[in-house]
Design a protein around this ligand. Sequence first.
Ligand code: THU
Length: 136
Amino acid sequence: MSVPQDLFEAALEARRRAYAPYSHFQVGAAVRDRGGAITIGCNVENASYGLCCCAERVALFDMVAAARKEPVEICVVADVPDVVSPCGACRQVIYELAKDALVWLCNTGGASRQVTAADLLPFPFSLERPDQPKDR
Ligand code: THU
């Protein structure tokens, strides 16, 4: 199976909006929720390098801000020879906000590989305890 075309094109469009004047590495992401809405994100860099934010996190944070829930699939795309591989911070965020989503890792040529949040992060950090109610 390969990445759904509409989700891939949304991620490519997001990638065109990347603000990456330091790395020149543009990344796009698109998240589809159960209702069918697609939220997109691009990487946004800063002269203070530690403030750079990856495309996946921008998309997932915007999904939360837009009150969209239940992400079912995520596509991430960059211009790489194989397919893009999310950084550790994004893996933790994907696990938190999109644990059950299919994750499509792509390159701009259309190659794709489907993984799960658990594939990306087998032993995630968690604050969950049995006696604690969840906010979401
Ligand atoms: N980046 C992403 O947006 N997503 C990834 O999965 C890997 C890295 C961004 C962060 C930074 O703006 C640039 O790519 C180079 O690391």
